[in-house]
Design a protein around this ligand. Structure first.
Ligand SMILES: Nc1ncnc2c1ncn2[C@@H]1O[C@H](COP(=O)(O)OP(=O)(O)OP(=O)(O)O)[C@@H](O)[C@H]1O
Ligand SMILES: [Mg+2]
Length: 272
């Protein structure tokens, strides 16, 4: 659903210089602007990834197009970008928003958890799921996620508070601004390798591996139709080629995942 920014909260860390904004649906979004310092294509990568992850049912924030009107920018001068010492205005228009899990005044969100708490994350399986996606999408960044506490029901037990992980930052899927697939074995892995402790074979990447290998063309079509034309002006052919290559490389996923084991730092020590 397209939304409009109504309030500024704060600037976030990171190379894209995102800002946390409240939108007119009463939720908060980490917003990457079209003229962010990384590249305009980073927004396309985020939106495409979000649609593909939704299809694969991997735990990631809801995303939305956020309209930032000129009046909002005039009333909130803190919402700007910097390049060196220079101040760069945000272009009014449509930007990319990743929904913050709750009210930022009440919900603590963590970029990292200590190992003992990481072992207790309710949805640890999602680290294997997202690796399938990252290898498919050629994410050249390390895996990034955020954690927060929520009430979680496991099997038939009563709801209990637990940490939940949400996968974020898909700006460098498809090799970021390059829209390419350089495929190095270490890329896309989460730095804390204990999340892969359960991996003993390729079977441990199911059902996501099978889902990607049989990914329907219609779902890819629906993903790119979500991208606003202003984000891909002049890039239409390049985007089509990117999606064709992405569709083709589905079949190579078993090989791309298995290649992680050939590095000096094998992330899957229990895969005999
Ligand atoms: N949906 C979200 N909910 C809560 N926090 C978020 C969300 N998305 C991003 N963040 C926070 O904002 C920060 C910046 O986001 P992100 O990593 O996507 O941007 P980036 O500028 O591309 O960063 P990098 O420099 O790592 O490439 C993250 O480190 C995280 O703390
Ligand atoms: Mg990041």
């Amino acid at each position: 659903m397209p939304l409009t920014a109504v309030r500024h909260v704060r600037r976030m860390r990171g190379g894209a210089q995102a800002h946390l904004l409240e939108a007119d649906d009463g939720h908060w979004y980490v917003v990457k602007f079209r003229n962010n310092p990384q590249h305009r294509r980073v927004l396309v990568n985020e939106l495409l990834s979000s649609a593909l992850l939704e299809y694969l049912q991997v735990s990631a924030p809801l995303t939305a197009l956020i309209h930032v009107p000129p009046e909002f920018l005039a009333a909130n001068p803190e919402v700007h970008l910097t390049r060196g010492a220079a101040r760069v205005p945000v272009e009014p228009g449509w930007h990319f928003g990743s929904r913050y899990p709750g009210d930022p005044g009440l919900t603590a969100v963590y970029d990292f958890l200590p190992d003992a708490l990481l072992a207790q994350v309710a949805n640890r399986d999602d680290f294997r799921a997202i690796l399938v996606f990252d290898k498919w999408a050629g994410n050249v960044d390390g895996r990034q996620c955020v954690f927060y506490r929520a009430m979680v029901r496991r099997e038939r037990a009563a709801e209990r508070p637990a940490f939940v992980a949400r996968m974020i930052d898909h700006g460098f899927a498809f090799d970021g601004p390059n829209w390419d697939f350089p495929d190095s074995p270490l890329q896309g892995l989460y730095a804390r390798r204990q999340v892969y402790g359960d991996v003993r074979s390729l079977d441990d990447f199911e059902p996501w591996l099978g889902q990607v290998m049989h990914f329907p063309e219609e779902a890819m079509d629906q993903a790119w139709k979500r991208v606003p034309p202003a984000w891909i002006e002049g890039d239409e052919d390049a985007l089509q080629q990117l999606l064709e290559r992405l569709f083709e490389r589905r079949k190579r996923l078993p090989e791309l995942i298995a290649a992680c084991r050939q590095t000096h730092a094998n992330p899957f020590p229990n895969w005999a």
